[in-house]
Design a protein around this ligand. Structure first.
Ligand code: 0L1
Ligand code: MG
Length: 263
């Protein structure tokens, strides 16, 4: 690690206050170019602790930048991992307040819920499917705290991978009932299709993103607990939204899930 404990705590406080006050910031590596991956995840962990210390629950995990479309959109090459806090959850068909966010975008995703714990190293698609209780459609609302979404990967990891809100719903089905590679998705904004894709856009198979997360946590002596909701990553590019927009994700054989954006 290159940063001391005080700097990590200060950066976590800074990024979390940007999140809570819907205020943007230049990327933190501008001031701390020596920051390494361990520092980045330590800052994310410190944000997580700030939330749990205030009584929030961590209700899920996420993988981000898992599709070529997203990697190309953001000019990066590696997936990243973050957490979902209880106040990020929007009820199906519910409202998401844009005044609480900086510059929200939506991503169509497949969400997994585990039945058994998953631990790396060596976690693979087969282990993920065997440990998955069900999969269901999910929309992630990302909201990088970095000005104009200009960042590098370490800054993104520290910022909890731009996690802000999410909704899951539609028809939950056992992973064995569907080929997650060929499953088709359509993302609609205000009734118009704006993005299309298939599950294979996520690392060839969305379960591969969950395996990568388990291996990432395993390297840190952690695991994905049983009963965890995990967003596997955007299948397409992220789509910008504003107050008044209504977004629906349709997933083949799994129904639809949606939310509305209000001021
Ligand atoms: O969930 C995601 O793929 C977002 C990762 C962070 C990068 C971004 O803000 O687009
Ligand atoms: Mg995402």
């Amino acid at each position: 690690m290159k940063l001391d404990a005080q700097t990590i705590a200060g950066l976590a406080a800074h990024l979390e206050s940007c999140e809570l006050e819907a205020r943007d910031t230049p990327k933190i590596t501008d001031e701390h170019p020596q920051m390494d991956w361990d520092d980045a995840y330590a800052i994310q962990d410190a944000i997580r602790r700030r939330k749990t210390d205030r009584g929030h629950r961590i209700i899920g995990l996420k993988a981000g930048l898992t599709s070529h479309a997203k990697m190309k959109q953001m000019g990066v090459e590696t997936p990243v991992f973050g957490f979902l806090a209880d106040n990020f959850a929007v009820p199906e068909g519910g409202e998401c307040r844009v005044s609480e966010l900086i510059h929200p975008k939506v991503e169509p995703e497949i969400a997994f819920v585990t039945r058994r714990a998953l631990k790396g190293p060596g976690c693979h698609i087969g282990a993920v499917l065997a440990a998955t209780d069900f999969v269901l459609p999910g929309i992630e609302v990302i909201d990088s705290r970095y000005r104009d979404f200009k960042f590098d990967l370490k800054s993104v990891v520290a910022d909890n991978t731009s996690a802000a809100r999410f909704v899951v719903g539609g028809r939950a089905i056992p992973a064995s009932e569907v080929d997650l590679r060929t499953i088709g998705i359509v993302l609609e904004k205000n009734g118009e299709p704006v993005a299309f894709g298939a599950g294979a856009a996520v690392l060839g198979h969305p379960a591969a993103a969950i395996a990568m997360l388990a291996n990432h946590l395993g390297a840190r002596g952690e695991e994905i607990p049983a009963g965890t909701l995990i967003l596997s990553g955007g299948i397409t590019e992220a789509v910008a939204v504003a107050a008044g927009d209504s977004v629906t994700l349709r997933v083949q054989g799994m129904g639809s899930v949606g939310l509305r954006f209000v001021e």
